[in-house]
Design a protein around this ligand. Structure first.
Ligand code: SAJ
Length: 421
């Protein structure tokens, strides 16, 4: 099959490479010239374990080429971003729309169109079909259409793309079956078929489920601290119950999915209370962390904070929707100086420094991201370079005893003061 994959980002690129190494001829399309050149040289434009190796294999097989224009193909797969319009809290479908506009002039009888981008329920029917039918072809009669939402978690994208179960929602059974046979070339998980709107809804439910459960963990963390309970220990024990699985608290929810998708579910509804409340709780976590920091270093004039980690989660270089940004803005608004270290992130709104520079003359380290590198930091070498020895760990990542031994005053999110072990 010839497959044209529109969008060469976090999902489109690994998907294109997986199809290519499994024998399909793949044309990857992107609007960014720099991304096109980088990928064609076999270099991954972002950090993802195993991606560069897979990409090299795909390029060497001569089954993958990246260009800026769509061409005729058997299958068109759309994997472009669907950001949140922050003012209206609704999906910005402009990229999906323009990708679909790029497809329809090349659409031929018997083609399959797959939408992988996350969209509000009804988007395939209301937005995609009318654009695709400008080709003069009719959906179901002349071409096939499915929504097959991606489910892979950044950091394990390739493994999960291959091994996770997949949902395919077609406009009709023929569309679903066509897509199933195609994905079966690399998906080892089960493939479940449904209708298109159910597939759209299921994807949003999954991420909303996670968001609500993280909000619950964040609320538990705040109550635990007030009650003299160590939340990390309490979660560990709760999760020994066979039907309980409490997630972990943190400085807030970031990333391109969980912090956004719940709004796609609520945008056409007037009934949503829990979903928006969970968003509110998670969005308020940077404020909570900042309150902890302020209390810890109150009285210090011209306070300097060193932030460890601005990626939205550990071991990735992605800062989209990172809660670190809100924390930084809150701190700067109150006159705090901020120095940032993140071993994964290259581009960010603020300067990223080496560890030594970021902690030099600082009054407090605030760990926001659970990068593995931070566990290896030796507090003894840090201690002498700081102006005051304070540490706030929002991920329960560090060995508190070791830091205390070096004279650090330590606070861990969700723990009463002095009980962070
Ligand atoms: N987080 C917590 N506590 C937790 C788990 C996560 O605070 O217990 C935070 C993380 O630090 C991060 C945010 O939540 O800031 C989201 O991280 P994540 O690892 O939960 O999820 P994503 O956004 O990287 O990927 C999610 C996944 N969805 C689900 O697990 C339901 C992934 O499977 C989806 O494919 C992806 O969204 C997507 O693209 O939709």
């Amino acid at each position: 099959m010839k497959i044209c994959v529109l969008g060469q980002g976090y999902i489109g690129l690994p998907t294109a490479a997986l199809f290519a190494v499994n024998g399909h001829r793949v044309l990857g399309v992107d609007i960014n010239k720099k991304v096109i050149d980088t990928i064609n040289q076999g270099i991954a434009p972002f950090d993802e374990p195993g991606l560069e190796e897979l990409l090299k294999k795909a390029i060497n097989s001569q089954n993958l080429i990246i260009k800026s224009n769509v061409e005729e193909a058997d299958v068109f797969l759309i994997a472009v971003p669907t950001p949140l319009d922050k003012e209206t809290k609704s999906a910005d479908l402009s990229y999906v729309k323009s990708a679909t506009e790029m497809v329809y002039p090349h659409l031929r009888r018997g083609n399959l169109v797959i939408l992988e981008s996350t969209v509000p329920p009804g988007s395939c029917n209301n937005l995609l079909i009318p654009i695709l039918e400008k080709s003069g072809l009719r959906v179901s009669n002349d071409f096939y259409l499915v929504h097959s939402p991606e489910r892979a978690i950044p950091g394990k994208t390739i493994k999960e793309m291959v091994n996770n179960d997949r949902i395919i929602g077609g406009v009709d059974k023929k569309s679903s079956r066509f897509a199933k046979s195609l994905y079966s070339t690399f998906v080892k998980g089960n493939i479940y078929l449904t209708d298109v709107i159910t597939a759209e809804f299921v994807k949003l439910m999954e991420n909303t489920f996670r968001d609500i459960n993280i909000a619950m963990a964040n609320e538990f963390a705040q109550i635990a601290g007030e009650n003299g309970v160590n939340i990390w220990e309490a979660i560990k024990l709760s999760n020994k119950h066979p039907r309980v699985n409490v997630l972990l608290p943190g400085p807030g929810v970031g990333g391109h999915c969980i912090a956004i998708d719940p709004w796609f579910l609520t945008e056409n509804s007037t009934r949503c209370r829990m979903i928006s409340l969970a968003r509110e709780i998670n969005d308020s976590m940077p404020n909570h962390v900042f309150r902890i920091v302020k209390k810890m270093i109150s009285g210090i004039r011209y306070p300097v904070i060193s932030i460890l980690g601005v990626a939205y989660k550990g071991n990735v270089d992605d800062t989209r929707e990172t809660p670190a940004l809100k924390f930084i803005k809150l701190a700067m608004n109150e006159g705090f100086s901020i120095k940032i270290h993140d071993p994964h992130v290259k581009d960010f709104e603020y300067k990223i420094m080496e560890l030594d520079e970021a902690i030099y003359d600082s009054d407090c380290i605030v760990l926001l991201t659970d990068h593995a590198e931070f566990e290896k930091i030796n507090p003894a070498t840090i201690a002498t370079k700081m102006r005051n020895r304070n540490l706030v760990d929002t991920r329960n990542l560090l060995n508190v005893l070791k830091w205390k031994k070096e004279g650090f005053n330590v606070r861990v999110l969700g723990c009463p003061y002095g009980d962070e072990i």
